[in-house]
Design a protein around this ligand. Structure first.
Ligand code: URA
Length: 448
């Protein structure tokens, strides 16, 4: 077996054996296979794909490169939620405390933002003092004491993924269904969870825009997750506009804090939180049905328990609770500008990817992994799809510490909105559930 032979075999579109995959991943982690050979192999996988067996073997080889959080002997089931990412997607900040406040045990490993999408870790780090660095035993301890921990991948948790992901990022091989699946499921399996709810998004702000491609990814994630003994369900959701109103790290934390403290906010966030947290509760055995889980999730958000749990998580991870109790005192961006409508009418569409890119330009995201983030920067939408707007009325507000970037963003921003004369019917937010036993509409699934 040689690395060149394995690369050639994949280049020719042939399936790799478990031994070949193990050899390649182990060699890369140990350093005997260099970056240039791994890059060539990733490109071959990118173009030729992998079947389910190969993807399971790749996931296992990656998982075995590091440690696993050990919950053996602990009663109950561990559950997590994971999103394929989007613009304004702050659901982890809502669903984790909501489910934990109902008795869920959630060891959540999240990622950072890159390009047009945001990342949970950056959002949490906008809270002064909040640390996302946890060892496996600290993660376990936090889950057992307070129900949830929101941390970053550490150097012992799937080191193969850490090394491979960095290379995928610079070799344009991120968008590959088997590579995404192995990357996500290996980390979830390392968390020691029993159940996983995936939020797989399609539309302008998603990894793959096309719905068929996202469904293909969802099926692979569900199949591989279940193969690892993690009961895995994917909810297929629309990302044809930013989720909620805020896009940008602190702005999104603030939106979540406001929702958890008042029980009110953007309807899409409330709906998705009920669905994700409700499904987590059913899958962890806390409720008998999804419908009951959805009701519990809603009550928990409205009665303030989710906020109390979020506060506990913040304190446990070193964050300053005063900042979330008094979000109005958080420093403001140096510059801000109102974006107003050029026409009367209804919001027909919102270019979600463009909104994510503008938010990044304002300072909220990074082009390269090393770029610094300005937590205060970003966008607050004042209109969503289907809303009426009059000429000169507010569409959004943008925030940045850089006046030049703010002026550039202000020039581009009106293009993000399309205004039509007639009202448009918004598309359903959640349209399908894919699980171990098959596929059904969310409507049908949520009644089970
Ligand atoms: N998130 C991950 O963790 N890995 C990927 O490959 C893509 C998204």
């Amino acid at each position: 077996m040689t690395p060149t032979h394995i690369i050639e075999k994949k280049q020719a579109g042939k399936a790799l054996s478990n031994k070949e995959i193990e050899y390649f991943i182990r060699g890369y982690v140990e350093g005997s296979i260099p970056d240039y050979q791994m890059s060539a192999w990733l490109m071959a996988v990118y173009f030729q794909g992998m079947n389910v067996d190969e993807t399971v073997n790749l996931t296992r080889a990656m998982l075995e490169s590091g440690d696993k959080v050990d919950f053996s002997g602990v009663p109950g089931k561990r559950v997590d939620k994971h999103s394929t990412g989007g613009v304004g997607d702050k659901l982890s900040l809502l669903a984790a405390p909501t489910a934990a406040a109902c008795g869920g045990q959630i060891p959540m490993i999240s990622g950072r933002g890159l390009g047009h999408t945001g990342g949970t870790l950056d959002k949490l780090e906008s809270i002064p003092g909040f640390s996302v660095q946890m060892t496996c035993s600290q993660l376990r301890d936090a889950v057992l004491r307070i129900g949830a921990a929101l941390a970053g991948q550490n150097s012992r948790l799937v080191p193969a993924d850490m090394k491979i992901y960095a290379l995928r990022d610079v070799t344009a091989t991120v968008k590959s269904i088997p590579l995404i699946t192995a990357s996500i499921i290996s980390k979830k399996a390392a968390e020691g969870i029993d159940a996983l709810v995936l939020d797989v998004k399609s539309g302008g702000g998603a990894v793959f825009r096309r719905r068929e491609k996202m469904e293909e990814l969802a099926r692979m994630l569900v199949e591989v997750g279940n193969d690892f003994g993690i009961e895995t369900t994917a909810l297929l959701t629309n990302m044809d506009q930013p989720l909620g109103y805020a896009v940008g790290n602190w702005l999104e934390v603030r939106e979540c804090v406001d929702i958890m403290r008042s029980g009110e906010g953007a309807e899409d966030l409330l709906e998705l939180n009920r669905a994700l947290a409700g499904t987590m509760l059913k899958m962890s055995g806390i409720t008998q049905s999804i419908a009951e889980g959805v009701r519990r999730a809603e009550q928990t958000l409205v009665n303030g328990d989710a906020y109390a749990k979020f506060r506990e998580i913040v304190v446990n991870q070193g964050g300053d609770p005063e900042v979330i109790d008094h979000p109005e005192n958080y420093p403001k961006a140096k510059f801000s500008q109102a974006i107003t409508a050029n026409d009367n009418g209804f919001i027909h569409s919102i270019k979600t990817r463009e909104a994510g890119i503008i938010s990044m330009m304002l300072g909220a995201g990074r082009m390269k992994k090393e770029d610094a983030i300005d937590y205060k920067a970003g966008i607050v939408l004042r209109r969503k799809k289907g809303d009426a707007v009059g000429k000169g009325e507010l569409l959004a507000e943008i925030y940045s510490d850089s006046e030049d970037e703010l002026l550039e963003a202000a020039k581009r921003f009106p293009e993000v909105f399309t205004i039509s004369e007639a009202p448009t019917q918004p598309s359903p937010l959640i349209y399908k559930a894919i699980h171990r036993l098959g596929e059904e509409s969310w409507e049908a699934f949520s009644r089970t």
